[in-house]
Design a protein around this ligand. Structure first.
Ligand code: NAD
Length: 357
């Protein structure tokens, strides 16, 4: 098969980890006789510097026409001023909204070889294998009105948490469908004891669950979910939640695996186009030093094979290569104190193991 992939390396370690993911994708594509074409575009802070905007119309059009998008990370101190009118994250939010990428999938697994890198005790993380589905294009990050204004002598601020039935319905369907291929359990996280938008969320999720009698539905309030991720994350299969709750809970859960650098994500819409990126940011503290762990980006490339190109065997080949590399003791600096590999060295090992897998 042939596919065109738009690559948005972004800022900081973004270019280093996307280069690694492209190399691994290319290696796997050649092994399985597929032809991938990569086209790089500026995005984020570097695009602000050269084009004045984080996401140009040209880049957006290229993304819309692609089979899949591979993203590094955006942002950094250079563009972080709270008074800046143009910010790298605006590009990310606009891209998600324009492409209607309503579902963010974040698998959180603890690799057996890295159990001791987790800040939690071994027995708390041994069986962790969660797939989070975070609603990505609505909720409080997009709701209107949002404003700051003076009321009397006070400056005040307002954000709006908005959901429509359709927005909840489509991500709920995806959660149940995904769970059918896993352990057939969906946990819906909300704050239905307080928020009206959560009560709507819960009502719609219950309605949708009626179409999936083989899947068990659980409800969990977001505050107790935050505790249960620490106390017993192994209990969860698919977790579906709103934009802001998902943002916070997935960062919390990512700590279980031992390093932010390990975790991938996919942002999907109806149809096959998807955006794939590691969950970490641009890590300006280590950018340009060869210290970045490429595994989160490489596993995002595996998700690209699975969800946009429908190539499950190729995805599993990359995932097996990662597992084997870790089993053999390959470690970047975020995972060990000594005998560590550079980004390029780890990438070389992963490519070799893709060929061997
Ligand atoms: P970060 O994820 O960039 O870094 C947090 C810590 O984790 C740092 O110590 C970093 O060195 C380490 N780290 C992250 N990825 C790593 C990897 N692959 N290998 C080894 N270590 C890794 O978060 P931050 O420092 O809060 O944010 C830095 C910038 O990234 C900010 O401008 C932020 O806005 C941006 N950001 C972008 C995205 C995105 O593009 N989707 C996501 C989060 C943060």
């Amino acid at each position: 098969m042939q596919a065109k992939i738009i690559v948005l390396p972004g800022d900081g370690i973004g270019p280093e980890v996307t280069a690694a993911a492209m190399e691994v994708l290319q290696t796997a594509a050649e092994k399985f006789n597929h032809k991938l074409t990569f086209e790089e575009h500026l995005f984020g802070g570097c695009a602000i510097d050269s084009q004045g905007v984080p996401l140009s119309e040209n880049t957006l059009a290229a993304c819309k026409a692609a089979d899949a998008i591979l993203l590094g990370a955006v942002g950094g101190p250079k563009w972080d001023s709270p008074s800046a009118s143009v910010r790298p994250e605006q590009g990310l939010l606009r891209l998600r909204k324009e492409l209607d990428l309503f579902a963010n999938l974040r698998p959180v697994k603890v690799f057996p070889a890295l159990i001791d890198s987790s800040p939690l005790r071994r027995e708390r993380v041994e069986n962790v294998d969660i797939l989070f589905l975070r609603e990505l294009t609505s909720g409080i990050y997009f709701g209107q009105p949002r404003e700051r204004k003076n009321i009397g002598s006070q400056e005040t601020a307002l954000d709006t948490m908005f959901y429509s039935e359709d927005e909840v319905r489509r991500i709920a369907h995806l959660a149940f469908e995904t769970s059918q291929k896993r352990r057939k359990s969906v946990t819906s996280v909300d704050k239905a004891n307080v928020l009206e938008s959560s009560r709507l969320w819960r009502k719609v999720v219950i309605e949708v669950s009626g179409s999936y009698p083989d899947v068990t539905l659980h409800h969990q309030l977001v505050d107790s979910m935050a505790m249960r991720i620490i106390q017993g994350a192994g209990d969860f299969d698919v977790v579906v939640t709103s934009n802001m709750f998902g943002d916070i809970l997935t960062d919390e859960a990512s700590v279980l695996s031992g390093s932010l650098g390990l975790l991938p994500s996919a942002s999907l819409r109806s149809g096959s186009l998807g955006l794939y990126e590691p969950i970490h940011g641009s890590a300006p503290d280590i950018a340009g030093k060869g210290l970045a762990n490429p595994i989160g980006s490489v596993l995002s490339a595996a998700m690209l094979f699975r969800y946009s190109l429908n190539l499950d065997e190729e995805a599993r080949c990359i995932e097996t290569a990662v597992q084997n590399a870790l089993d053999q003791g390959a470690r970047t600096a975020d995972l060990a104190d000594s005998n560590t590999l550079t980004t390029t060295e780890m990438t070389g090992i992963l490519c070799k193991l893709v060929l061997d897998a």
